[in-house]
Design a protein around this ligand. Structure first.
Ligand SMILES: [Zn+2]
Length: 266
C-alpha cells in the first residue's frame, strides 16, 4: 500500500528531535511521500532544507494568512500561538519563484477569519492571497488552501481567478460549499481527525474518491487530543475512508496515491 501525506509541517520545532524516526514510522506503514508546507520565510527555508535531506519529503512554499499579517497584527502569546517577525511579502514571493523547481505546490495559503484581530484585515488577507494565486498560476503549481471560518470567501477568490489545481485542506465549510468545490474539480485532503469528527465523514461521503487526498497537518490536528500528530496516522484516514466508501483500504490508498501523483506531478 502506497500512502501519501499531502499536508504536514515537518519543519515544526516539535519534530526537531526525532524527525528521522517519524519518517521511519511512516515508511513502515507504506508511506512514500510527505508534502511539508512552509508558512513564512523561516519555515519555507526550513521545509526546503528537510526536503533536500530526505527523498520522501517534498516541499510546498506558503504564506499562511496569519503569518502574512505579521506587520499588521502584533502577535503575542495572548492572541496567537504564532510568533512571526514582520517580513516583506513581495520579496518572499520572489524567493519562492526563484526556488520553483524545488517545490511541488504553493501552500499553505488562503484566508483565516477565526480571530477578530486578524479578521478585521479581510481586504489585506484577500490581497495577499491573490498574490499567491498569481504566483501559483505563473509557475503552474497546485494550491494548498487554508480557509478557516473563511470558506466562502476563499472559494469565491479561487473561482474569480479560475483556479483549477486546488486542494482544500482540512475544509470545514458546509455541505453546499463542499459540493461547489467538487463541481469545480478541486480536491479535499482529509485529516485523521475524521475518526472523531462527523463533518469529515460527511465530506468523504459526498466527495468522489477521485477528488480525495490524505493529509495529517502534523504536528497539528492529532486524532488523539493533546498528542503530537504525525504522518504515520495517514493509516487512520485510509481506514475511515474505506469504511465510508465501502471498499478495501488497498483500493482507497491506490486511488488516492494516483490522485496525488497526477495533481502534483510526482
Ligand atoms: Zn497546515
Amino acid at each position: 500500500m502506497k500512502l501519501i501525506d499531502v499536508h504536514a509541517h515537518l519543519e515544526d520545532t516539535r519534530f526537531e528531535e526525532d524527525l528521522k524516526k517519524v519518517i521511519g514510522r511512516f515508511e513502515k506503514t507504506g508511506g512514500v511521500c510527505i508534502i511539508s508546507s512552509g508558512t513564512n520565510p523561516e519555515t519555507n527555508r526550513k521545509a526546503l532544507e528537510i526536503a533536500r535531506k530526505h527523498n520522501i519529503v517534498k516541499v510546498s512554499f506558503g504564506l499562511y494568512p496569519l503569518d502574512a499579517l505579521a506587520k499588521e497584527v502584533e502577535q503575542n502569546e495572548d492572541n496567537s500561538l504564532r510568533k512571526i517577525k514582520p517580513f516583506n511579502i513581495d520579496e518572499e514571493l520572489v524567493w519562492i519563484e526563484r526556488h520553483k523547481d524545488e517545490c511541488i505546490a504553493i501552500g499553505e495559503v488562503g484566508l483565516d477569519y477565526n480571530w477578530p484581530e486578524f479578521a478585521k484585515h479581510k481586504e489585506k488577507q484577500i490581497k495577499f492571497f491573490e498574490k499567491t494565486i498569481a504566483l501559483a498560476k505563473k509557475i503552474d503549481k497546485p494550491l494548498i488552501i487554508h480557509s478557516r471560518k473563511a470558506e466562502l470567501d476563499a472559494i469565491e477568490v479561487l473561482e474569480k481567478h479560475q483556479c483549477k489545481k486546488v486542494v482544500m485542506h482540512c475544509f470545514n465549510g458546509k455541505k453546499s460549499l463542499i459540493k461547489r468545490c467538487v463541481e469545480n474539480g478541486w480536491f479535499f485532503s482529509v485529516p485523521p481527525v475524521i475518526m472523531r469528527l462527523e463533518h469529515f465523514k460527511m465530506l468523504v461521503e459526498i466527495t468522489p474518491l477521485k477528488q480525495l487526498l490524505t493529509e495529517t497537518d502534523a504536528p497539528y490536528l492529532s486524532p488523539v487530543v493533546g498528542t503530537r500528530n504525525e504522518p504515520s496516522n495517514i493509516t487512520i484516514t485510509i481506514k475511515e475512508i474505506a469504511k465510508i466508501k465501502n471498499t478495501g483500504e488497498e483500493n482507497i490508498a491506490e486511488q488516492i496515491f494516483k490522485n496525488a501523483k497526477d495533481l502534483f506531478n510526482l
